[in-house]
Design a protein around this ligand. Structure first.
Ligand code: BES
Ligand code: ZN
Ligand code: ZN
Length: 492
């Protein structure tokens, strides 16, 4: 990424990316481009060729008064409605629109000039993050690549180094989380996930640890072992420690569900239900990626990143409906459906987070189809045992524009997971499925402030859209980094 202090119209490049609001004439284009491009854009709007709708793009060739060879207009939607995600997505859409062909230098203006609710810094971070995300795609296993990344992106607007560093770290982390989700289950399983995590964490001087099956048995983590039993890939528990604030006694645990493939186990899924189940480690991918970004940015916080990793498979060795597992904190769970495995592995991981002295916990999990029924595909459910901490996580999400919505944790729901033979059962029946899953998790965090984010919907996009490819989305990585920043600043 380069920066230019020249006026945007004078910067040389293959493309110049320019944003415009919907339904505004004369247009506000930012970067002082109204003089050179304002009249053309106004005419395009009048003729209906370009309306400025969110993520709409239009290419202009060799426009007069512009040094770059081409201009790509990108719509920002209605000005009053704009948030950080609007800007980020517009930047991603613009980059994706030009990435089909080879190009070397892309000059990008800071999008969202004149946005009512966004500071300069927020616009800068959102533009750069979105551009980085737009550059990465699903070409991992394609012989002929669909996406051609620019050799350089030039920002036509000097910004502070810290903004650049933050946007780069966050953008790359979102891409990393998405990539880990997109990797096929033959490539990413508990052992290889840990190898990748270590390779990422060690250069940043983080302490990493992974428990293999023998260590899991020593640690009395029967639930992770139980879920992993049917697979020929051994389960693991991955722990990364980032100690950025040695004098702060608080410790923020980021726990992510890491089922590298969820077949359902003996309570097997349908063929249809299984097709996207490589995404079931999106929680683990997001907490890992966010921790890497937090470490790169040297944020003054202590992070405990924990991922229970297992492959949920049917076999002669699998756990069976009727089995009872004892989690690390001693509580027992009757397994009545082996497809409700996420809450089982999280039971051990959350207990361990508490044992390691976490003072605040956030867990991310593609936990229930019920959450998607309740909130749709783009909104995550938030459930918690602590109003204040829940508010803090929701505020961090609001800051980045990632959509979350709270679901209640009334005691009435406790009834639904009572078991006849154990302390609880792993399914709560037809109603309130996202909540009964969270209710089970609540048994493993004690009184530690804890927020559970059910990301089953937004973690994985079934198909592509203007600003991102189909597949892993890296959902909540940005909010976790924002949360860590807020945590560092908040009262000790
Ligand atoms: N991994 C799934 C949840 C899921 C479904 C995530 C679709 C992303 C997309 C989870 O392990 C699961 O199978 N949950 C069951 C629970 C049920 C058996 C109580 C579900 O939601 O159907
Ligand atoms: Zn499942
Ligand atoms: Zn699952």
């Amino acid at each position: 990424m380069e920066q230019s202090s020249e006026p945007a119209e004078k910067v040389q490049g293959d493309w110049l990316i320019v944003g415009a609001w919907e339904g505004e004439t004369p247009p506000t284009l930012g970067g002082g481009l109204e003089t050179s491009l304002g009249a053309v854009v106004a005419r395009l709007c009048e003729s209906g060729d370009f309306e400025g709708k969110a993520n709409e793009t239009l290419a202009l060739f060799e426009p007069a008064g512009i040094a770059a060879k081409r201009v790509l207009l990108v719509g920002l939607g209605k000005r009053e409605a704009a948030g950080p995600m609007t800007v980020s997505r517009a930047a991603g859409s613009a980059i994706r629109a030009i990435a089909k062909k080879k190009h070397e230098r892309v000059v990008c203006t800071l999008l969202g000039e004149g946005a009512t609710n966004l500071s300069f810094e927020e616009r800068a971070v959102a533009t750069l993050t979105g551009a980085i995300i737009g550059e990465s795609g699903q070409d991992l296993y394609r012989t002929k690549k669909n996406r051609k990344a620019a050799e350089v992106i030039v920002l036509a607007h000097p910004v502070d180094e810290t903004i650049l560093a933050r946007a780069t770290a966050v953008g790359e982390a979102v891409c990393l989380a998405a990539e880990l989700v997109n990797l096929p289950p033959a490539d990413i399983f508990p052992e290889t996930f840990c190898q990748r995590a270590k390779a990422l964490a060690e250069p940043l001087r983080m302490k990493t640890e992974s428990f293999d099956a023998a260590a899991l048995a020593r640690e009395k983590m029967e639930c992770i072992l139980g879920v992993g039993k049917g697979s020929s890939h051994e389960p693991r528990l991955l722990i990364l420690r980032y100690e950025g604030a040695p004098s702060d006694s608080r410790k923020l645990a980021l726990v992510g569900k890491g089922i590298t493939f969820d077949s359902g186990g003996l309570s097997i899924k349908t063929a249809e239900g299984m097709t996207s189940m490589k995404c079931d480690m999106a929680g683990a991918a997001a907490v890992l990626a966010a921790t890497i970004a937090i470490a790169k940015l040297r944020l003054p916080v202590n992070i405990l990143c924990i991922a229970p990793l297992a492959e949920n498979m049917p076999s002669g060795l699998s756990i069976k409906p009727g089995d009872v597992l004892r989690a690390k904190n001693g509580k027992t769970i009757e397994v009545l459906n082996t497809d409700a495995e996420g809450r089982l592995v999280l039971a051990d991981a959350l207990s361990h987070a508490v044992d390691l002295g976490a003072t605040h916990i956030v867990d991310l999990a593609t936990l229930t189809g019920a959450c998607m029924v309740a909130l749709g595909m783009s909104v995550a459910g938030v459930m918690s045992n602590n109003e204040v901490w829940s508010r803090e996580v929701q505020d961090a999400a609001k800051q980045t524009g990632e959509r979350v919505w709270p679901l209640p944790m009334f005691e009435e729901y406790d009834e639904l997971i009572k078991s006849g033979v154990a302390d609880m059962k792993n399914i709560g029946g037809r109603w309130g499925g996202a909540i009964t899953a969270a209710k089970l998790l609540a048994n493993f965090v004690g009184t530690t402030p804890w927020v559970h984010v059910d990301i089953a919907g937004p973690a994985f996009a079934e198909k592509e859209c203007p600003y991102q490819d189909g597949g892993g989305t890296g959902f909540f990585v940005r909010s976790l980094v924002a949360l860590a920043e807020r945590y560092a600043k908040s009262e000790k």
